[in-house]
Design a binder for this molecule. Structure first.
Ligand code: CTP
Length: 407
């Protein structure tokens, strides 16, 4: 039975000239029934196996078979390649696979393949000995290297009368593969994640504050990476000048106290918490309501802000994974490890001020992840996006091993 489909998605089906082409109208019907939009492109030889008219009727769209349509208008392959969310070429003959692998664009299906920006899948189908031929094998491997997803041919009786691997999977199987590709199972689907980012500003008077140089880039990249893994992300952000990542719920705060209050609420239901914000440790004892006038000498009294991470560590619910950051300028490993223990963390991400290209404002970062069990993972200098996905991968690994241990 085909699995449940999403109601959106544009599927481009490329059909090349193999006997299995006769199964394609059935696939189109399954996709249409699931609410997907379908367009079809055929190679000229595919027309010997299934008619363009049938496919046009079932797909409810004109079918492209040539570079120019009957009225002499050019079929824009670039537009087609950009329209699709997914392209599946099925059946993919040995010839079509070879042309795809080597850059021969001598029909509308191939020009569209070379202009497609969406994921592309192929379902090779051919006779037993052709499928096992080293050349075909090499071409398939090359296509995989180019990022094409290959749906392997199945075992069974073949048109030639032989039996073995070479059959195109049935339309129901191809349908399931398409739906899975459109709706990948993301590891953090249904999980709540809280991330903090940016600096905090502690007001001295209506025009001045104590702050720091944090740009928020690291925390925002982490929130983005969590969202891409399917999590419901709450990003509690100090004042920064970057846009909220897509599919992330941002709560903007200014002071450490405001960040504290927002975090205590959001962390209650969080499965994973990552505290990347550079929280000011102190705030002025008094925030003046009027601008402070110039004087020969000014003494500021500062009082301690709440240590948010410390509080979260003390009330950490079972099964929650808590990750902090540490910015150190000396005795880095020792100080960071002490913070990890003191604040009851599962891991701490150490930023060293000594590292070139690391820390505030840069687009790169160099961090060392220290784990509760004493393991250490020193990462090289990378873009903040790459560091973020390493941290998120580690958070996922820790979370699922914690959950497993607690169950
Ligand atoms: N942190 C926090 N609340 C604070 C200060 C820090 O939640 N008031 C969090 C930061 O978000 C970070 C971690 O604690 O995840 C470590 O921050 P850091 O400034 O390196 O350490 P501190 O605990 O403030 O210690 P120190 O400044 O003495 O190194």
């Amino acid at each position: 039975m085909p699995t449940q489909a999403s109601k959106t998605g544009k599927i481009l089906l490329g059909i090349s000239g193999g006997i299995a082409a006769y199964k394609m109208p059935m696939l189109v019907r399954l996709l249409k029934k699931a609410g997907l939009e379908v367009k079809v492109i055929m190679t000229p030889s595919a027309r010997q196996f299934v008619t363009a008219e049938t496919l046009a009727v079932v797909s409810e769209n004109p079918v492209i078979t040539e570079f120019f349509d009957a009225s002499g208008n050019w079929n824009n392959h670039v537009e087609m390649g950009l329209w699709a969310d997914l392209m599946l070429i099925a059946p993919a003959t040995a010839t079509t696979l070879a042309k795809m692998a080597t850059g021969i664009a001598d029909n509308a299906l191939l020009t569209t393949y070379f202009s497609a920006r969406c994921p592309v899948m192929v379902a090779p189908a051919m006779d037993l000995d052709m499928y096992q031929h080293e050349t075909v094998h090499q071409n398939i491997k090359l296509l995989e290297k180019h990022g094409v997803v290959v749906i392997p041919a199945e075992d069974g009786p073949l048109a030639s009368g032989l039996s073995g691997q070479g059959r195109m999977p049935e339309p129901e199987t191809l349908f399931d593969v398409i739906i899975k590709q459109l709706n990948p199972v993301l590891p953090l689907k249904g999980k709540n994640v809280m991330v903090t980012a940016g600096p905090t500003y502690e007001n001295l008077d209506p025009v001045r504050f104590i702050g720091n140089y944090s740009s928020g880039k690291m925390g925002y990249a982490i929130a983005d990476s969590f969202a891409k893994q399917g999590a419901n992300v709450t990003l509690i952000s100090g004042p920064v000048s970057i846009e909220a990542p897509k599919h992330v719920h941002r709560i903007s705060v200014q002071s450490a106290q405001q960040m504290h209050d927002a975090c205590l609420i959001a962390a209650k239901n969080a499965d994973i918490v990552v505290m990347a914000a550079a929280v000011a440790d102190y705030r002025p004892e008094i925030t003046e309501s009027q601008k402070i006038k110039k004087q020969d000498m000014l003494t500021l009294n500062l009082v301690k802000n709440p240590d948010i991470l410390n509080e979260l560590g003390a009330i950490k619910p079972a099964g929650q994974t808590l990750i902090g950051f540490a910015l150190e300028s000396q005795n880095e490993m020792q100080f960071a490890s002490e913070k990890l223990q003191r604040k009851n963390l599962d891991a701490i991400v150490l930023n060293s001020l000594a590292d070139e290209g690391a820390g505030f404002a840069h687009d790169t970062n160099k961090v060392t992840i220290i784990y509760k069990n004493g393991d250490v993972n020193a990462l090289p200098l990378m873009s903040k996006t790459a560091v973020a996905s390493e941290i998120v991968n580690e958070a996922i690994r820790l979370h699922f091993s914690n959950t497993f241990a607690n169950s």
